[in-house]
Ligand binder design. Structure first.
Ligand code: SF4
Length: 489
């Protein structure tokens, strides 16, 4: 058996600040594969994590198993930076039939190398590997209990709590232990877990974070955060893992167990912004729902204008919907540089404004025009103000800002970094004050009812808009206490 050395802490500083992003950030993407015959599993999982890169850009990892062997490679950085051909070769061996992969942006645990996933642990069930997306709201209490019983932790993230809980049930099979633990951890999460013979995938009872099942024509299964990963790996979509469901894929096929009574409230932001547009989650096409958000925005907040412009890339689908519904022509008013990625680091603080200009440039089409500018969200408002100014500098006569999410007023406890509450523009300012701050001629957000109608599910999590947390708040504190705590910021 070969297993990479336990990672050392803090090899590289947090790179997230280099993004200049003023968007909520997804914490993680996960993928797990089991096939009946040995294959180049490292290459297969590598494709999957690459397709999920948009769900986490700070660290990534792949764990591969089969026969008597299990290997893991993980590090800080993008998938293309970490997984060189040389590094993928270290994961290759003849018997490989099972693998999991992970891309991470951290909201719990700092973004240090030792927190990169997958996590592995030697247990009475053999060597287990786990990767997760989301947060366990009772992780601190569970960790404290286990520390009191003498457990040792090597990381500061939630995944280690779950993998230790699973390993603790020595008398139970891996499936039974995992099912038991599903009833103990709380919050919003999707988890993939593996040993040398099988993969397991599960969602919390609310199905807050997504997880889908795919199948290979030659046999074998894949679990992934989004259908985008299935497509690139050559698997076909089977269905979503249901809220509260545990699914196992092994040589006998797919086995499923509805462990918890489902109370579906998936994250609305997956459809607003996070998920890639080329797929469906919980039966709802992502791109089509974004177009509907734009259509509903046009009904709720019409504008007298000459042209509809979407902020690339995340505002384009809603802009299309706004244009179709309003009859105002859609045009490309902002061009996005394909090279201004996360790795750019502003040379000095007074050049921070240049980041938006590096990324976006107005086209000549906006000159002399009244613009409806559509974006998916306003977090701090700083970037929105700079984009409005870009359009004005290019000659736009009016800029009417429309947003395809309601105002973000509350933090997310389920794996999304919405920024600290004191940094959220809508937490402390009304719509009119934000309008003045960003310099728009008018500003409207889609209503919560309009958003729900656009997604089309009976219920979704809207907690960052309305403060009502369907999967609870951290470590048993009441919502009111949590909100009061934040109000003191
Ligand atoms: S609080 Fe917001 S970002 Fe977090 S899961 Fe709920 S809808 Fe999604």
């Amino acid at each position: 058996m070969s297993l990479s050395r336990l990672p050392e802490p803090a090899l590289r500083a947090d790179a997230s600040g280099a993004s200049g992003s003023d968007k909520p950030r997804e914490e993680c993407g996960v993928v797990a594969v089991h096939v009946p015959r040995p294959t180049d599993m490292a290459a297969l999982v590598h494709l999957g994590v690459f397709a999920l890169q948009h769900r986490g850009q700070e660290s990534c990892g792949i764990c591969v198993a089969g026969g008597d062997e299990i290997r893991i490679e993980k590090d800080m950085g993008l998938v293309t930076e970490v997984f060189t051909e040389e590094r993928l070769d270290k994961l290759r061996f003849a018997a490989a039939r099972t693998g999991i992969g992970h891309t991470r942006y951290s909201t719990t645990g700092s973004s240090l190398r030792f927190n990169a996933q997958p996590l592995t642990v030697r247990s009475n069930k053999g060597l287990l590997a786990l990767a997760h997306n989301g947060n366990f709201t009772n992780a601190k209490r569970l960790r404290d209990e286990m520390l009191g019983e003498g457990a040792v932790f090597q990381t500061t993230n939630d995944s280690e709590v779950m993998i230790n809980l699973v390993a603790r049930y020595a008398h139970l099979s891996l499936e039974d232990a995992t099912a038991r633990v599903m009833g103990e951890v709380e919050g919003g999460f999707a988890v993939v877990l593996m040993d040398k013979r099988r993969i397991l995938g599960l969602r919390d009872r609310n199905g807050v974070r997504p997880l889908v099942i795919g199948a290979f024509r030659e046999g074998g299964y894949v679990f992934a955060s989004e259908p985008a990963a299935l497509h690139v790996m050559g698997a076909s979509f089977v269905r979503d893992v249901r809220p509260g469901e545990l699914v196992v894929a092994d040589d006998d096929g797919l086995h499923t167990r509805q462990v918890l009574v489902p109370e579906p409230t998936p994250c609305a932001f997956e459809w607003i912004y996070f998920a890639r547009g080329d797929g469906a989650l919980d039966g709802v096409q992502v791109h089509a729902s974004r177009v509907r958000m734009g259509e509903i925005l046009a009904q709720e907040a019409p504008a007298e204008a000459d042209m509809v412009v979407g902020v690339p890339d995340s505002g384009l689908a809603a802009a299309l919907g706004y244009a179709r519904c309003s009859g105002i022509p859609y045009d490309i008013g902002l061009y996005k540089s394909p090279y201004a990625g996360r790795s750019f680091i502003a040379p000095s603080p007074h050049l921070r404004d240049q980041k938006v200009r590096l990324k976006l440039a107005p086209t000549e089409a906006v000159a002399g025009r009244r613009i409806v500018l559509v974006d998916d969200s306003i977090v701090r408002g700083t970037t929105s103000g700079r984009i409005v100014q870009l359009l004005r500098d290019a000659g736009a006569s009016e800029v009417h800002f429309r947003v395809s999410s309601p105002p973000i007023r509350f933090p997310c406890y389920y794996g999304i970094d919405t920024a600290a509450r004191k940094e959220l523009a809508a937490a402390s300012m009304g719509v009119e004050t934000i309008r003045q701050r960003i310099g728009a001629d008018s500003l409207h957000f889609i209503s919560e009812a309009g958003l729900t109608r656009a997604i089309g599910l009976a219920r979704t999590c809207l907690a960052c808009f309305d403060g009502r947390y369907p999967a609870g708040t951290p470590d048993g504190a009441s919502e009111k206490e949590q909100l009061e705590e934040f109000a003191l910021d």
